[in-house]
Design a protein around this ligand. Sequence first.
Ligand SMILES: Cc1ncc(COP(=O)(O)O)c(C=O)c1O
Length: 463
Amino acid sequence: MMLHCQKIGRELPPMLRPATADLLTRHASLLLDWVDRYGSPLNLIWPQALKENLAALRGVLTENGVRHAIYYGAKVNKSAGLMRTALGVGAGIDVSSLYELRDARRLGADGARVVATGPAKTGAFHRELVGCGALISVDSPEELEDLIGALPARTSPQPVLLRLRPSDQSKSRFGMPADAIAQCLARLSGERQLRFDGLHFHLSGYRWESRATALSEAAGLISEARRMGFSPRMIDIGGGLPIQYVDPIKYRDHLAAQTTDDYRTGKIPESFYPYGGSFSASDWLHLLLLAEMAQGRSVADYFTREGLCLAMEPGRALADQTAISVFKISRVKALGPDTHVIFVEGSSFSACETWFASEFLIDPIHVPAAHVPAARPSLSATPPGRAYLAGHSCLDEDVLSNRWLSFSVAPQAGDLLVFANTGGYQMDLLENELHRHPMPARLCVAGDAQGQPYLIPDTVEEA
Ligand SMILES: Cc1ncc(COP(=O)(O)O)c(C=O)c1O
């Protein structure tokens, strides 16, 4: 049984892959068994979805004749199954810590498949990156000096990118402005142990237009580097490709109809992720490749004619539809004549958008514990008319949804609430062991020849 919670008339049901929808409908009793067995919240992963996402992006790049390298942004999710799948289909991995690097290596990545990003790499991280010849995106002149200091004598040249901070991002602490890039190039020209492979940037926000502008700035620096005798081979445009979580028209209508009364806080959050944006990641990439750079050349033309590889590090876009997070309801508590709070086993650290003063604007799915008896009231008609969702901690802020939600069938202890499409940061960015609750279980879902779902461990060790 699958029932959406909703703002009546302005529902935001999640888009679901067939395998996920099937689990929530045909195999709901199996899901209830899994939660009994592995605890709540339970994070379920479909690595196959990452393969499909990767194939879609590759299709756009290939269609446009652009040589490319896609690095899966491993920071988006701690799942080993997702990293293993990305490597299995020939993607690289973007690592931002020693531990992501070690997992990638244990899953079979050689250094040539790894790019390391982030502004605060430690000496130990540098040493292991150099040890395997991974590509290092250097964030600052200071990092360049540290890296040079960490190079062992007589290694083969260590490949580096220089991370650009485009001129319209002057408040960012990531990357360096064009003059600092020029300074690093001058330093590199006297340094035989390092090989300049190209430029990198990663921008916040989800607009392809800002990437096109940054590329124009990068193109000037690539020409400058060539004049200095370097042979750059790539520009890495980072991540930031969008996901469509919900139908764009429903999303637009929902935003337009929102009122302060929809939130228990009496306030509409100032910003939301664009959950129902107009473009899929593939549309976005297509638009970027068509965007105009200098002299009327498109981005695709630029890369082809300059013989450059377009690298990218999508995290969220590759994690699209790869996961759900399942919470068991522990109690439904009345707050007033028609308002309730639904407590779940688990916390908002496992569904964390509220910690960013925002909201995961996708209706959770209500899976009743057993066949719904005719006697179970409809809550749109009877109290509680609406409810918000809270976690099991003693923190007042531990709220999974500040939105008042309505239910077509009264939720009860033992029922499940399923957050769909949580693979992109939502499910595990902030997870922790507050109150010494164990970390949520995470397992991969596979299907047998008859389409019956089963679970496999999601560990680095698992074959
Ligand atoms: C350097 C870098 N690359 C890639 C990503 C992935 O971004 P997204 O998940 O939006 O694709 C991030 C995210 O913070 C990042 O900092």
